[in-house]
Design a protein. Structure first.
Length: 85
């Protein structure tokens, strides 16, 4: 439920996509997934989405958060400010 509905996690076109929409009752959610052999730590709040790729030997991955896309390699992180809803 958290991954699909609240975090909006999906994979499409070789891109890991997040379109988060946390309900007001949930201030923060965090979880770890494995995507293309890459451990990925995701943290969501009402104000931002943060994704961090854990150090490993996997290839870089393309990530899209709220329509912004970036390529991240192991050990890198990215935070995106979320619009008020």
């Amino acid at each position: 439920m958290v991954l699909r509905c609240y975090a909006g996690v999906e994979t499409r076109g070789d891109v890991l996509r997040l379109n988060p929409l946390l309900p007001n009752e949930i201030g923060r959610a965090s979880f770890e997934i494995i995507y293309r052999d890459q451990p990925v730590d995701i943290e969501l709040t009402q104000r931002y989405a943060r994704i961090r790729l854990l150090p490993c030997a996997a290839d870089p991955i393309e990530v899209c958060i709220e329509g912004s896309t970036k390529t991240l390699g192991p050990g890198q992180s990215w935070a995106v400010h979320l619009p008020a809803r």
